[in-house]
Design a protein around this ligand. Structure first.
Ligand SMILES: Cc1ncc(COP(=O)(O)O)c(C=O)c1O
Length: 367
């Protein structure tokens, strides 16, 4: 895409609109239309999208926000940055997203919001989660950083709660040439507040109605994202094809658990994570055969040293802990050729353990 992207960036340079401005506004309109929401507000990262959405809903000190330990730390950092307290609900063993029963158990009188995470490209069970939240008067903020184009009940990620928060980190299904994020919402007030807060709380020139931050998106990223948005559906489709080939082949490999997809919802495979007992040996064998694998994420957030003050420990969220010890992410990106996918599958067949996944103790780094 280099030549097309250079031409796109050239148009931004010619315009002189480097921060905010027409390229950002155009991308906001296109992304809102894609997600099926009234608004999309472009911001500087997924982390700031989460923080801004919660700030716009006036979540802060004294409030509790329920999320999952099976996520990237940014979800929890954003909650803490508002002054609120993160409270965890365990994940469901098959979808790896927030368990609705776990959510029920985590709710207290201080709970103000719930942040389900659409991990790996599959949405959380949003019907059940929305119902629980509505019954308790809680706001729902989707962490959709890994789920551009995923859907649940016929609606796309970003349109499944009161606000959706996206990351456009380069490796995401829709990735910028740097950092970027967006908040999607149908709520006019939330959109207006996010617009103000991303720009130092400014409602009009030199009039600051809140203390915000600089979370603006720049014109180059917006123009690049508009260009790449046109390729998102094709890229997601290719991911689904690769996943189907992996699923079929790996079903025959003892000890490998392939991702379970909740039908008829749409999984966009930001990450293709299998579960393998003896995960570290598997990864070493794959590396020896020339296939680099990832782990998302080896330590669940509640066991990270940075969050020890939340008072959680090993055994508190057994499903997230077990999964963290078994997850392996296989190569997954639209440019992966059929031949390369074949190499991955052959290597996986040679590397997979005979031991069954269940019952293997998790490998979690101590701290
Ligand atoms: C689930 C999740 N939430 C939040 C983020 C934060 O996004 P960003 O890196 O754009 O700040 C990420 C991205 O890495 C993510 O995967």
């Amino acid at each position: 895409m280099k030549d097309e992207l250079l031409a796109t960036i050239g148009r931004v340079i010619d315009s002189g609109c480097y921060s905010g401005g027409p390229f950002v506004e155009a991308f906001e309109d296109e992304f809102a239309a894609y997600c099926g929401t009234k608004h999309a507000v472009a911001v500087s990262s997924g982390t700031s999208a989460l923080w801004l959405a919660m700030m716009a809903m006036e979540i802060g000190p004294g409030d509790e926000v329920v999320t999952v330990p099976a996520t990237f730390v940014a979800t929890v950092e954003a909650i803490l940055a508002t002054g609120a307290t993160p409270v965890f609900a365990d994940i469901d063993e098959s979808s790896y997203t927030m368990s609705p029963e776990g959510l029920e158990r985590a709710i207290s009188a201080r709970t103000k919001a719930v942040v389900p995470v659409h991990l790996f490209g599959q949405t959380a069970e949003m019907g059940a989660i929305r119902e629980i939240a509505a019954g308790r008067g809680l706001r729902v903020i989707e962490d959709a950083a890994q789920a551009h184009g995923a859907s649940c009940g016929g609606r796309r990620a970003g349109a499944l709660g009161d606000a959706g928060c996206f990351s456009f980190y380069p490796s995401k299904n829709l990735g910028a040439l740097g950092e970027g994020g967006a908040v999607t919402t149908d709520d006019d007030l939330v959109a207006e507040r996010v617009r103000e807060l991303r720009n130092h709380g400014q409602s009009r020139k030199n009039h600051h109605v809140a203390s915000g931050w600089n979370c603006r998106m720049d014109g180059v990223q917006a123009a690049v994202l508009s260009h790449k948005l046109r390729m998102l559906e094709g890229g997601n489709q290719r991911r689904v094809e690769i996943a189907a080939a992996y699923d079929e082949f790996l079903a025959g490999c003892a000890g490998v658990v392939v991702p379970a997809v909740r039908k008829p919802d749409h999984h966009v495979y930001h990450v293709y994570a299998v579960r393998v007992g003896g995960r570290d040996r598997f990864i070493r064998r794959m590396a020896g055969l020339g296939v680099e694998c990832g782990v998302h994420y080896p330590v669940p957030v509640h066991l990270q040293p940075a969050f020890a003050r939340l008072g959680c420990g090993m055994g508190d969220f057994p499903v997230a802990e077990r999964c963290a010890g078994e997850f392996v992410s296989l190569p997954m990106y639209p440019g992966l050729t059929g031949e390369q996918a074949g190499i991955v599958m052959a290597a996986a067949a040679r590397s997979c353990e005979v031991e069954a996944c269940a019952g293997v103790p998790p490998v979690i780094q101590s701290h």
